[in-house]
Design a binder for this molecule. Structure first.
Ligand code: ZN
Length: 160
């Protein structure tokens, strides 16, 4: 169960963000039953709908953990699964400079970058270094001519 914090639609869509389902309690879905997986996706969707006023159609499994049944369930529920090819999570860097260095080594263009907001294992940790690194990475790569798009935009782009 969840409690709602926001009662009016948040301006995520107006700001150009795409929202996705990442489960309700962040379990590794490899170890979840089909029923548990369906509950995780449904409860997360309800929370996002309540907070943001829109129904997510993207789904990223926590830890990337998925089985064929996970993807079948996601598909049945109308989700497009999204994975990533660039991440700063390996080794869990604890400074914005370390996050930026790890990501910069992996960027080639056409990438999906996973920048988890803090630790992916514990809620409530300091997320400021990831936020600062994201700001610097966006500025740096825009200056080099890279374009940042949402996952839905990327999925329909003829250049990707
Ligand atoms: Zn996560």
């Amino acid at each position: 169960m969840y409690s709602s914090v926001l009662k009016s639609p948040a301006p995520y869509a107006e700001a150009g963000h795409a929202l996705g389902n990442h489960t309700f309690t962040h379990p590794n879905l490899i170890f979840c039953s089909e029923t548990q997986t369906r509950i995780q996706l449904a409860e997360c969707n309800r929370a996002i709908e309540d907070a943001a006023g829109q129904t997510p159609r993207l789904f990223r499994p926590p830890f990337g953990g998925r089985r064929p049944s996970t993807l079948r369930i996601a598909s049945e529920l109308g989700f497009a699964p999204v994975m990533w090819n660039v991440t700063a999570l390996i080794g869990t860097p604890h400074s914005s400079e370390a996050v930026e260095r790890k990501v910069a080594k992996q960027i080639h263009g056409g990438d999906i970058i996973l920048l988890h907001d803090g630790s992916h294992r514990q809620l409530g940790l300091d997320r400021s270094h990831t936020v600062a690194a994201t700001d610097r990475l966006v500025g740096r790569y825009k200056a080099e001519g890279y374009e940042f798009v949402t996952i839905p935009e990327m999925l329909v782009s003829p250049n990707m």
